[in-house]
Every structure is written in structure tokens, then in C-alpha cells.
Ligand binder design. Structure first.
Ligand code: TXA
Ligand code: MG
Length: 311
């Protein structure tokens, strides 16, 4: 579906009828539904086959509706002014009397909120009188989608409307920052941990402790192509896909470049797209060159580690 006004109108129509719609965001595509409706949000869990205990991120246009749903603290307002709209989600305290469906929060008193920057997502949100719950538009634990075709791959005919916003510019999910208890980063993502740390002048910890799971993005298996993944590899073996970030002299049909210029931001953008392509080509094993653990490299390594862990 191309991005024209009639398609946005169609999406509004669907959402008003408690249906799910695939929507583009700058991070990854989302599976969106009315966050105030339990009928609509229940459909998200069903389509994604997502465990009910994993709460959803709610997407807002600006602070107008959010004020009815969450307590806004100073740290949040500071970050909001700096980074939103953009690839960051905030965990806030849910307000008593908010209309957010209990399915969204899993009956808890916190809410993950985000203000996407993609113009189609913004246009849609501006024209609705409710915010949108939207997890990544993939079957639970699988690779996140970065194009309308990827969303179609995941849900087929079960999802009848996907808005086309081109390939997601960032290509990995938003950074999740917890601002209710001790401020901390729960998921690495589109805005670098160090950037946020320096901006706040705070020693923000990154809580990657997966024993006590606070966030579904912290589960051990996630973003996974369900193919054997070998990390930090110098030389691949025969018939193995080899993911690279530095240009090699030799040509090989099994080489897949995330970037040829060692540009880690570009590499992150191409990560999920490349994993999906390799899966389509039916490789049985994937080798990955060592990726420096800085900036977007840290995000890529986090996703690869979780993608490589499956039974
Ligand atoms: O970039 C993104 O954030 C994308 C796009 C579509 O906006 N959405 C996304 O949603 O990645 P999802 O459902 O796939 O990931 C959900 C993340 C979890 O990993 C977790 O970090 C956080 O949302 N989460 C949601 N509610 C939470 C809560 N109440 N407390 C802690 N974490 C929560
Ligand atoms: Mg997800």
C-alpha cells in the first residue's frame, strides 16, 4: 500500500473498528491497534503469538493524550525534548483512571511509550483520538520487519492492511529507558546509551540481566532467524553465509555486506534485512565477522547474541 491520503484514511477506518494495521516507523515496522481497546490489543497478541505477560509499547503523537495516561516526571520531559519524536521509548508510571487496556500493560502500573518520527506514523497518530499499541510486526522471537514485504512475510493474509513507508531508516528497535524506579536502560537501540548518559550526566546502567526479565526485548531468544549463528569469525566455511562489515578483495556469492565502509549505523540498518534474505536463501549456517562493540556495534552485537540463542 503506497502512502497516500486514502490509504491513511483506510487505516484509520480499520483501527476505529478494532482491527490491526501494519505501520512503518523509523526503527522497525509495528503491528498497531487502539491502545484503549482490549478487543483490539488482544488481536495483537494473537497475531504475534506473543506471551500475554510481555507488555506493549504505546505510540503517541505528542504529550496531549499522554498526560491522561502517565505521570510525567522531569527526567522524562528532558529526554522527550531532546530525543522525541525519535527511536527511544520511555517507561513511565501509569496514571490511575487511564484508558489504556490492561492487556497493554499486563495489569502492571507502568507503561512503555514512544513518539515515532516516521511521517506516516505521525500523520496517522495525529488523526486518531487514541494512541496506538504497536510491538514490532513479527511473530514472537523472530526477526523484526523493516519493510512492508517483511510484514507480509510474517502474517500473510491474516493481516489485511500494511501501510508502505519504505525501508525503515534506523532498522533496529528503539532504545528503552526506564524512568520510574532507578533510571536505567532496558534495551539498547536507535539512540546510543552513551549519548543519553552524557546528555543526562547520569551514570545510567544498562540492565541486561535476563534472569529477572523486565522487558521482552531482554529475553534470551529474540530477533532470531532460527539458523545456527557463529559470531566473531575470520573465515567462513563452505556453503555458509558470511556477514561482513569490511570490504574483502575476493568475490563470493555467500558474502553478505551490512556495510562496505565499516559504517556501523549503516550496518545496523541492514542487519534484519540481511538475516531475512539469508533465511530465504535457505542457508544452514551463518558466520559473522567481529563487530566492534561501540555505538551501533553494541546494538548489533546485542541482537546477534539473542538471535543466536535458540533451541
Ligand atoms: O522501535 C520500537 O520500539 C518498535 C516500533 C514498532 O516502535 N517496537 C517494539 O516493540 O520494538 P516490541 O513489543 O517488539 O518490544 C517491546 C519492548 C520490550 O522489549 C520492552 O523493552 C518494552 O517494550 N516494554 C513494554 N512495556 C514495558 C514495561 N511496562 N516495562 C518494561 N519494558 C516494557
Ligand atoms: Mg519485538
Amino acid at each position: 500500500m503506497k502512502n497516500n491520503l486514502s490509504n491513511i484514511k483506510k487505516a484509520i477506518n480499520y483501527l476505529n473498528k478494532d482491527k490491526c494495521v501494519g505501520i512503518p516507523t523509523e526503527t522497525v515496522y509495528g503491528l498497531a491497534a487502539n491502545a484503549y481497546s482490549s478487543v483490539a490489543t488482544a488481536k495483537i497478541y494473537k497475531l504475534k503469538r506473543r506471551p500475554k505477560k510481555n507488555p506493549l509499547i504505546v505510540h503517541y503523537y505528542d504529550l496531549k493524550f499522554l498526560k491522561n495516561d502517565c505521570e510525567l516526571n522531569d527526567l522524562f520531559l528532558k529526554l522527550y525534548k531532546k530525543y522525541s519524536p525519535g527511536p527511544i521509548s520511555y517507561i513511565l508510571k501509569l496514571k490511575k483512571g487511564s484508558s489504556i487496556s490492561k492487556f497493554v500493560t499486563n495489569n502492571k502500573n507502568t507503561l512503555a511509550v514512544r513518539f515515532p518520527r516516521h511521517p506516516i506514523a505521525r500523520r496517522l497518530l495525529k488523526n486518531l483520538n487514541y494512541p496506538l499499541a504497536a510491538p514490532s510486526a513479527n511473530i514472537s522471537t523472530k526477526i523484526s520487519p523493516v519493510s512492508p514485504e517483511d510484514v507480509k512475510d510474517e502474517f500473510g493474509k491474516k493481516l489485511s492492511l500494511i501501510l508502505d513507508g519504505g525501508q525503515s531508516k534506523i532498522g533496529v528497535e528503539s532504545t528503552v529507558v526506564e524512568l520510574v524506579n532507578k533510571p536505567q536502560i532496558l534495551r539498547l537501540g536507535g539512540i546510543s546509551k552513551n549519548h543519553i548518559k552524557n546528555f543526562l550526566n547520569l551514570n545510567l546502567i544498562y540492565n541486561k540481566n535476563s534472569k529477572k526479565i523486565k522487558s521482552p526485548g531482554q529475553s534470551k531468544t529474540h530477533y532470531s532467524p532460527y539458523i545456527k549463528l557463529r559470531l566473531n569469525i575470520k573465515k567462513s566455511v563452505k556453503n555458509e553465509a558470511f556477514i561482513l562489515i569490511k570490504k574483502r578483495k575476493q568475490k563470493n556469492k555467500d558474502f553478505f555486506y551490512l556495510t562496505k565502509k565499516n559504517n556501523l549505523k549503516e550496518a545496523a540498518k541492514n542487519l534484519y534485512k540481511t538475516l531475512r534474505l539469508i533465511k530465504k536463501k535457505k542457508y544452514k549456517s551463518i558466520a559473522i565477522e567481529r563487530i566492534p562493540n561501540v555505538g551501533f556495534g553494541e546494538v548489533i552485537n546485542d541482537r546477534l547474541k539473542r538471535a543466536s540463542y535458540f533451541k
